[in-house]
Design a protein around this ligand. Structure first.
Ligand code: KG4
Ligand code: ZN
Length: 334
C-alpha cells in the first residue's frame, strides 16, 4: 500500500492516532483523558503520563480500524508543537522509534497549521486564499491561509483564548472542566438576551477576553449576594447569555477581517468550532455576507490526529521530512 501515513497527536490531553491513505482518512482514534476534571484544568504531568499509558493501544486501534499493517506504512507523522512539552515528547519519541524501526520517513507537523486546514479533510477542493478562525483552549486567531504552507496571523487574542473564557465561565457556574461543551448544552435551553456583560474593546482584528471574564465573575458574585440560589435558578439563561457574548465577539472580528481582506471563503477550526451557536451564527452570516463557509466535522474540531495526518499527507508529497534530531517546540508559531 503506497502513500499510507500514521499520524500521532499528543499536544495536550488527548492521545490520538490516525491513518491516511492517498489523502483519505482511514481511521481517527481519540483517547480522551478524564483525570483532569477534578483539578479544574489540564495538569501537565498527569497528561504526559496518560499519553504514555494510552499511546500503544491508540496506535494499535488506528492501524486495526484502517486495516493497515505496520509494514504497509510509508511515513510516520507527529505533532511537533505548540503544546505541553511532556505531552509532545511522548508523541515525538514514539514516532521517531517507530519510523526508525520501520526505516520510513518522519514528518513533524505544526498543530496550528493542521487545525487551519482541518475543513479540507472533507472538502479537499476548497480554494485558497481563505480566512480561518482558529478557536481553541489555547488559541484564538484569525489566519489568512494563502496556501498549504503559507499562512499569516492577521488577528489574535491579547490575553486569554476564547476556549479558556468558556471554561472559566463554566467553572464560575460550578460546571466540570472542560466546561465549554456543558455550557453549550445548557445554553440551548436558555434566553441569551437576559444578561449583558461588558467587554474590552481591542483595535483592529485582535481579541481580548479578560475583561468579559472579570465582568462575568463580578456579575455572578453580586447576584449571589442578593439571591444565593441565583445560579441554580437561572443557569440556562446565564449560560446562553455568556455564550452569546463570546460568540458575538468572535463574529465581530471575522466579519471585519472578511471586509478588510476582501475574502469571503471562511473556515472555523479548533475545539470552540464545535460550539453550536458559533456554527449557527456563522451560517446565518454567510447568507447575509455571501460567504462560502467551511465547518469541519465535530471530531475534526477538537484535538485529533486526522488533521495531523491530512497536513502530513501534503508534507509527504512535498518530501518535507524531518531528521531524528528534531525535538518538540512547545511555543511553535507559524
Ligand atoms: O482544540 P481543543 O480540543 O484543544 C486545544 O485547546 O488545543 O479545544 C479545547 C477547547 C476547550 O476550551 C473546550 O471547552 C472548548 O474547546 N470546546 C467548546 C465546545 N467544545 C469544546 N467550547 C464551547 N462549545 C463547545 N461545544
Ligand atoms: Zn488544538
Amino acid at each position: 500500500m503506497r502513500n499510507t501515513i500514521l499520524a500521532i497527536e499528543s499536544s495536550c490531553d488527548d492521545t490520538s492516532a490516525s491513518v491516511i491513505n492517498d489523502g483519505k482518512i482511514m481511521s481517527n482514534i481519540i483517547s480522551s483523558q478524564i483525570d483532569h476534571a477534578k483539578f479544574g484544568g489540564v495538569v501537565p504531568e498527569i497528561a504526559s503520563r496518560a499519553h504514555q499509558k494510552n499511546i500503544v493501544f491508540t496506535v494499535d486501534k488506528a492501524l486495526n480500524d484502517a486495516k493497515v499493517f505496520k509494514n504497509d506504512l510509508s511515513a510516520i507523522a507527529f505533532t511537533i508543537g505548540p503544546g505541553l512539552l511532556g505531552s509532545l515528547l511522548v508523541g515525538s519519541s514514539f514516532s521517531k522509534s517507530m519510523a526508525f524501526a520501520l526505516k520510513i520517513p518522519l514528518l513533524a507537523v505544526n498543530h496550528l497549521k493542521a487545525h487551519a486546514l482541518s475543513h479540507m479533510i472533507d472538502n479537499p477542493n476548497s480554494k485558497f486564499p481563505y480566512l480561518s478562525l482558529l478557536v481553541s483552549g489555547g488559541h484564538t486567531q484569525i489566519i489568512l491561509v494563502k496556501s498549504y504552507s503559507c499562512m499569516e496571523i492577521v488577528g489574535e487574542t491579547k490575553d486569554d483564548a476564547v476556549g479558556e473564557a468558556f471554561d472559566k465561565s463554566a467553572k464560575i457556574l460550578g460546571l466540570e472542566y472542560p466546561g465549554g461543551p456543558l455550557l453549550d448544552k445548557l445554553a440551548q435551553k436558555g434566553n441569551s438576551q437576559k444578561y449583558k456583560f461588558s467587554k474590552t474593546k481591542v483595535s483592529d482584528l485582535d481579541f481580548s477576553f479578560s475583561g468579559i471574564k472579570t465582568s462575568f465573575l463580578y456579575f455572578i458574585n453580586d447576584q449571589l449576594k442578593i439571591n444565593k440560589n441565583f445560579i441554580v435558578d437561572n443557569l440556562e439563561d446565564i449560560a446562553a447569555s455568556i455564550q452569546k457574548s463570546l460568540v458575538d465577539m468572535l463574529m465581530e472580528k471575522i466579519i471585519l477581517a472578511s471586509i478588510k481582506y476582501k475574502i469571503s471563503e471562511i473556515s472555523i477550526s479548533g475545539g470552540v468550532a464545535a460550539n453550536s451557536l458559533l456554527r449557527k451564527t456563522i451560517k446565518t452570516h454567510s447568507k447575509e455576507m455571501n460567504w462560502k463557509i467551511y465547518l469541519p466535522k465535530i471530531e475534526y474540531c477538537t484535538d485529533n490526529a486526522a488533521m495531523i495526518a491530512y497536513y502530513a499527507y501534503f508534507m509527504y508529497k512535498e518530501k518535507l521530512f524531518s531528521n531524528y534530531e528534531i525535538t518538540p517546540e512547545p511555543r511553535l508559531k507559524f
